[in-house]
Ligand binder design. Structure first.
Ligand code: AMP
Length: 396
């Protein structure tokens, strides 16, 4: 992976760079961008191309319009924010392909920046339709992929375009993500601890299986921990349990035991009868879980247990919140974990859409060594050791 060509290996003078970015930012109820970290993350790549004398054509998806034009999923507000961050005009294209867009690209002046409209307004993006990919490819002389967060998806803008457009190289963000991944999981300082949380076990099981081969300890929180607790025979009331994942959870624990990799599970929980901001909560132990309640955050004893389990770690990787942190009665486990990482001497790497939002909410982003922009991509990379979007780039 580290052998891929990057934007430092190509010339941009007089060229048009077609750059896949991840501008899939969260919006508030008023249509305002609530976190622009993903836009900021692409600035160094954009500035490099401009400084080297090229023009920049940006492409991204936003949300899930399912192949149709959906006004509230237009990237227009992103163009305004980007323009403010770059302190220069960003031309917003009415579409991502077509005659009009092509002539707008031709007319764009040197050192100009254009943002194409949401790629997923066309079904060809997710279907990786070759004709759609070819039309996108016609907009640039160089393809740059800076969207690590979508590199696990075999979509047109990720793997289709580089079939028609070379050079195909990694942007700075993509390169940084790959390097941190290698540092954390291929050549880590040990002990290496991995913390996993979030709602579902199903999207993380294969990754956990792989992790057992690489890490020194695993901490499980969030909703997914209940499937593991169930597999150990605990009754966990109405907590989230994925029945069809129980056997897999058991396999993972068996494998971990063989390899002497401890798996830390919650010993208590903040539980409630409903998942609601105003819910009445109780601290319950896992041994005596009330049958009418669900665990929505890790409890205080688990916070201490997890903190101790991380005390001597030299590398910590975290993906997925410890509880339903979006609701204030259930945010303490996640916020306490952020605090632990922020004050740790280990190399700390956090990934996953929800986890990075939680970190930004606490204002402690600067105290974490690296916040990855990819959650799903990070887990897939872990599972497979490669990603389609990275494979599609040219080797040095
Ligand atoms: P994921 O996308 O799988 O990383 O899951 C993130 C979501 O998991 C967040 O929106 C949390 O609200 C949710 N979550 C975390 N802990 C729990 C829990 N104990 N029960 C249900 N949902 C949870």
């Amino acid at each position: 992976m580290e052998q891929k060509r990057s934007i430092e290996d190509v010339e941009f003078v007089g060229k048009s760079a077609l750059v896949r970015v991840d501008f899939n930012v969260p919006f508030g109820s008023e249509g305002n961008i609530t976190d622009d970290a993903r836009i900021r993350a692409s600035l160094s790549t954009i500035n490099h191309i401009l400084d080297e004398g090229g023009k920049v054509i940006l492409m991204s998806h936003l949300g899930r319009p399912k192949g149709k034009q959906v006004e509230r999923l237009s990237l227009r507000p992103v163009a305004s924010r980007l323009s403010r961050l770059l302190r220069q005009e960003v031309v917003m294209a009415p579409d991502c392909i077509g005659e009009e867009v092509r002539s707008m690209v031709d007319d764009l002046h040197q050192a100009g920046v254009m943002l194409l409209e949401n790629l997923r307004f066309h079904p060809g993006e997710e279907a990786n339709d070759p004709e759609f990919a070819e039309q996108l490819a016609q907009l640039g002389d160089v393809y740059v992929d800076d969207a690590f967060a979508t590199a696990h998806r075999s979509h047109a803008s990720v793997i289709g375009v580089p079939e028609y457009l070379t050079p195909a190289v990694a942007g700075f963000l993509m390169r940084k993500e790959i390097n941190y991944f290698i540092k954390a999981l291929e050549t880590p300082f040990r002990p290496l601890a991995v913390i996993l949380g979030g709602a579902k076990v199903s999207d993380k099981t294969l990754a956990i299986k792989k992790l057992v081969e690489k890490v020194d300890r695993i901490l499980l929180g969030g909703g997914m921990a209940y499937t593991f607790l169930r597999a150990l025979g605990y009754d966990v009331g109405k907590s989230l349990v994925e029945g069809d994942m129980i056997d897999l959870a058991r396999d993972v624990m068996e494998k971990a035991r063989e390899r002497k990799v401890p798996i830390y599970l919650p010993v208590d929980a903040i539980a409630a009868e409903k998942r609601h901001e105003t819910a009445v909560t109780s601290v319950v132990t896992i041994q005596e879980f009330p049958e009418n309640m669900m665990g929505l955050d890790i409890g205080p004893a688990t916070n201490i247990l997890f903190r101790e389990a991380l005390a001597d770690a030299k590398t910590i990787v975290w993906n997925g919140p410890m509880g339903v942190f979006e609701l204030s009665p259930f945010n303490r486990g996640t916020f306490s974990m952020i605090d632990t990482l922020a004050h740790s001497n280990a190399l700390t790497i956090v990934g996953g859409g929800d986890t990075d939002t939680a970190v930004h909410t606490t204002g402690k982003s600067d105290m974490i060594d690296y916040i990855s922009t990819g959650g799903g991509a990070f887990l897939k990379l872990l599972e497979m050791g490669e990603l389609p979007g990275i494979n599609a780039l040219q080797d040095k």
